[in-house]
Design a protein around this ligand. Structure first.
Ligand code: UD1
Length: 363
């Protein structure tokens, strides 16, 4: 078997990084001799998370363009030129057989450079509304793996394959890890466990809500695993270890976090939604309203429309949260219905199906 070289790029947030890692892991299990290289954006999360997963990464000097008028945008054209130049150098020296992009700033120059060297490229788009990088790259890509219907509005139809979002292997069997997870988090067996996740970066609005409701949760005898995000950790760490609350800036063991949870409150980033379908827990989604085309609300609505989760909009949190939460907490049969229904929406073969497409490109 020839020794394949595979280059991957995805980053900026966990939503783009973990799909790339999941795809790499699957390909590594198929081609143990293959060589892998990741390309990310300097100073972003991938520069830490990718090496933690056992892969090498090179960083480009690139960022997104700010939507508002700011001085930072002045450097943007230089970053594009410099990162394209760097990406070309990386492609020339690594000589990959295939390039895989999962969105985020660095995948733009990297896939662009790969395509112009005639290296086959595959894009994986997590959302129902694609990011600008993937829209630009679609023309030159050989294949575009998506998780939602209706993406022919943005991408050439003949290149689209609906696979679902790749999810890390360890999340596929969380039901076998419940006891281990409870021990890991040192949880009390007689209390309900609530998991709060604000997406890979944490959510300011969800944090504010949780802080405000700590007494409410306490009176309901609930213990909490609260991922508040790196940016907010200094502010909320004071709540750690009080009233059954554990505060984390980032959870490195999402499998245990999901396994231990009885109820989940989450943002509705595409990856989180796909994972929550697989782990099958009752969820309250609080989508971020600050993303392109309000795509998190669309991600969440796809689940809510199947009677498989609850959605509370940020603007309704003050009025509705306690009510909706208590109703769910006090209705185990409703929790079971939501769990059963959300599981039906899981696309568990996504990672394998994407790896199959990569294999076709390799051959
Ligand atoms: C604010 C923003 O721009 N959000 C976007 C970003 O979300 P974000 O980066 O939050 O991404 P997702 O919800 O898609 O995925 C988060 C990933 O991080 C992991 N995780 C999260 C928290 C934690 O403590 N530990 C951990 O491992 C989750 O298990 C998951 O694998 O990318 C998504 C996928 O393109 C988009 O749908 C979101 O709209």
């Amino acid at each position: 078997m020839s020794k394949y070289k595979i280059i991957l790029s995805g980053g900026g947030t966990g939503g783009h990084i973990y799909p790339a890692i999941a795809i790499a892991n699957e390909l590594k299990s198929r081609f143990p001799d293959a060589e892998f290289l990741f390309v990310g954006a300097k100073d972003r999360m991938e520069m830490e998370k990718v090496p933690q997963s056992g892969y090498q990464i090179k960083g480009l000097w690139i960022s997104g363009i700010q939507r508002k008028l700011t001085l930072k945008n002045l450097s943007f054209p230089f970053k594009v030129i410099s990162s394209l130049w760097e990406a070309r150098k990386i492609i020339k020296s690594f000589k990959p057989d295939v390039a895989i992009g999962t969105g985020g700033f660095a995948s733009g120059p990297l896939l662009q450079a790969a395509a112009s060297s005639n290296i086959p490229t595959l894009i994986q788009e997590q959302n129902s509304y694609p990011g600008i990088t993937n829209k630009l790259l679609a023309k030159k890509a050989q294949k575009i793996c998506v998780a939602y219907d209706g993406l022919e509005r943005f991408f050439p139809k003949e290149k689209i394959i609906k696979t679902g979002n790749p999810v890390r292997q360890g999340l596929l069997n969380v039901e076998t890890k419940v006891e281990e997870a409870k021990r890991f988090f040192n949880l009390e067996p007689n209390k309900v466990t609530l998991l709060i996740i604000g997406g890979s970066l944490g959510s300011r609005r969800i944090n504010q809500l949780i802080e405000k409701k700590l007494d409410f949760f306490d009176t309901h005898n609930i213990q909490i695993i609260w991922q508040c995000g790196k940016l907010y950790y200094q502010q909320y760490k004071i709540c750690d270890n009080t009233k059954g609350i554990q505060v984390y800036q980032f959870l490195n063991n999402m499998d245990f976090a999901y396994a231990a949870a009885d109820i989940v409150i989450s943002r509705a980033g595409a990856g989180s939604v796909s994972e929550l379908c697989i782990v099958g827990k009752p969820v309250i989604f609080i989508p971020s309203p600050n993303v392109a085309e309000d795509h998190q609300t669309k991600n969440a609505m796809a689940i809510v429309n199947e009677d498989a989760a609850i959605l509370i909009k940020e603007e309704d949190l003050d009025a509705d949260f306690e009510n909706k939460f208590s109703q769910l907490l006090n209705a185990p049969e409703r929790q079971k219905t939501l769990s059963d229904n959300i599981k039906k929406l899981a696309l568990i073969n996504a990672t394998k199906d994407i790896a199959d497409e990569v294999e076709k490109l390799l051959k």
